[in-house]
Design a protein around this ligand. Structure first.
Ligand code: EPU
Length: 428
């Protein structure tokens, strides 16, 4: 397995980094192409393993997909097979996002249950409950969800759906299903993430009527025909990739990085916490500049659904707090097992005490290089930014997680002055 080897330069990050398209926006939008048989064209799609996995899944379902990142073309193939096998779903849980579009468009779907992953159990009960409200019959059989429209595969009907927890994937699955249901649906207690708003923009381009995305109540009026129209769309920039480089920029005094194409309005919670820690974050046209002049102050963070502090930035922010003066309390409320970076950071000299869903970080203001590895995407990112400022040499192993979510990470870090190289087939 590949590793990233990072050697200390002793210097803060400086330079410019361009942000790629958002993985978590591109994945549901690729699934939305199932709602139409025409040829859809996506632009600004990041070159990532999860995009390839989604393309493979769409091909398995019978679509004709051409990935030439940052462009992706999807069209109908000869025949549709509304079935997502375990082999593909286990590689990427977001595959469950084909369930809503498949059952809405073809009247039936058989999709493997994703199961848990490194960061938590991650059930999909809210997706299933919502589809049932739209008239689906759902049964679970040998690890698969089998969903059927009313009366043996008929058209779904608009309904009221109340989510018990705001779920990003659940909201997206239901929006896509409701976009082809008969009549109007009201989704309550929805996730408000920018990626949900982005999917709503695409569904509106496709001919559905979606309003309220970005708030906790979304109304969807299904298109009055069996399918939606094809679309062309450029994906929004990846706010979590942007946030990761912003935090990396602030790890050492003197850091000065222009993060190109990042939207400050999607990153408000992070920006406020960074400013509270003493970091300068400013808008420069379409870009964000991050500068650190003096010492970092410790600040507390609790993750929450958007617009709260994103769970996908918790690991990276914890690495930052290791470099601060004082004690920082970091609470994770979204996933039950998202502190796997902590034991690895401890091996690099961090002082962190874990108590349930809370990490108490005593800033040590320096890190030592070590061999480390992580078992999920954002935890891996936190180790890379720690390695970028640690002394001597850090090897971050098992970086296939990083390749799922960070496009050309070593080239982008090199551009910021980090001495980094990819070691092919390193010991895992
Ligand atoms: N939940 C349920 N039941 C459900 C669905 C969710 O109890 O049916 C719970 C989850 O267990 C979790 C909470 O609701 O405690 C929120 O989960 P959500 O459904 O919002 O997460 P997701 O849609 O599976 C997306 C991102 C994640 C990100 C979370 C939270 C994609 C493809 N993935 O996951 O991204 O952490 O929202 O913001 O959009 C990542 O990019 O590294 C990543 C893990």
């Amino acid at each position: 397995m590949d590793a990233l080897r990072i050697r200390s330069t002793g210097k803060p990050l400086e330079g410019t980094v361009r942000i790629s398209g958002a993985k978590n926006a591109a994945l549901p939008i690729l699934c939305a192409t199932l709602l139409s048989d025409g040829a859809s064209h996506l632009r600004n799609v990041p070159r990532l393993r999860d995009i390839e996995t989604t393309a493979a899944l769409l091909r398995f379902l019978g679509r004709d997909v051409r990935v030439d990142a940052p462009e992706v073309h999807v069209a109908a193939g000869a025949e549709v097979r509304p079935e997502a096998p375990y082999e593909l779903v286990k590689q990427m849980r977001a595959s469950v996002l084909v369930l809503g579009p498949l059952v809405a468009r073809f009247g039936r779907a058989k999709v493997s249950l994703p199961g848990g992953c490194a960061i938590g159990a991650r059930p999909v009960d809210q997706h299933l409950k919502g589809l049932e409200a739209l008239g689906c019959s759902i049964r679970l059989e040998r690890g698969y969800v089998i969903a059927e429209g009313p009366n043996n595969g008929g058209r779904l009907r608009g309904a009221e759906v109340m989510f018990d927890v705001p779920t990003v994937g659940g909201t997206e699955n239901l929006m896509m299903a409701a976009a082809l249901a008969k009549g109007r649906s009201t989704l309550v207690n929805c996730a408000r993430e920018p990626e949900v708003e982005e999917l709503a923009r695409v569904l509106n381009k496709m001919g559905a009527e979606v309003s309220g995305a970005g708030t906790d109540v979304i109304h969807v009026t299904g298109a009055d025909r069996g399918e939606l129209s094809p679309f062309e769309h450029a994906i929004i920039p990846d706010r979590i990739e942007a946030g990761t480089y912003m935090v990396a920029a602030a790890m050492l005094e003197g850091g000065n990085v222009l993060v190109q194409g990042a939207k400050l309005s999607d990153l408000e919670a992070l920006v406020m916490k960074m400013r509270a820690a003493g970091i300068e974050v400013t808008s420069e046209g379409q870009d964000i500049r991050v500068r650190r002049f003096g010492e970092l102050r410790a600040v507390n963070v609790t993750t929450a659904p958007h617009p709260g502090f994103p769970t996908d930035m918790q690991a990276q922010f914890l690495s930052l707090m290791v470099m601060a003066r004082g004690e920082s309390v970091i609470s994770e409320t979204i996933f039950e097992n998202r502190f796997m970076h902590v034991p690895e950071l401890q091996r690099m000299g961090a002082s962190v005490a874990l108590r349930g869903n809370t990490a108490v970080v005593q800033g040590v203001r320096r890190l030592y290089g070590a061999s480390v590895m992580a078992t999920d995407l954002r935890a891996s990112a936190s180790l890379v930014i720690a390695g970028a400022v640690a002394d001597e040499e850090t090897e971050v192993r098992r970086i296939y997680h990083l390749d799922r979510g960070y496009e050309r990470i070593e080239q982008k870090l090199l551009g910021l002055g980090v001495n980094v190289e990819r070691v092919r087939g390193a010991e895992s």
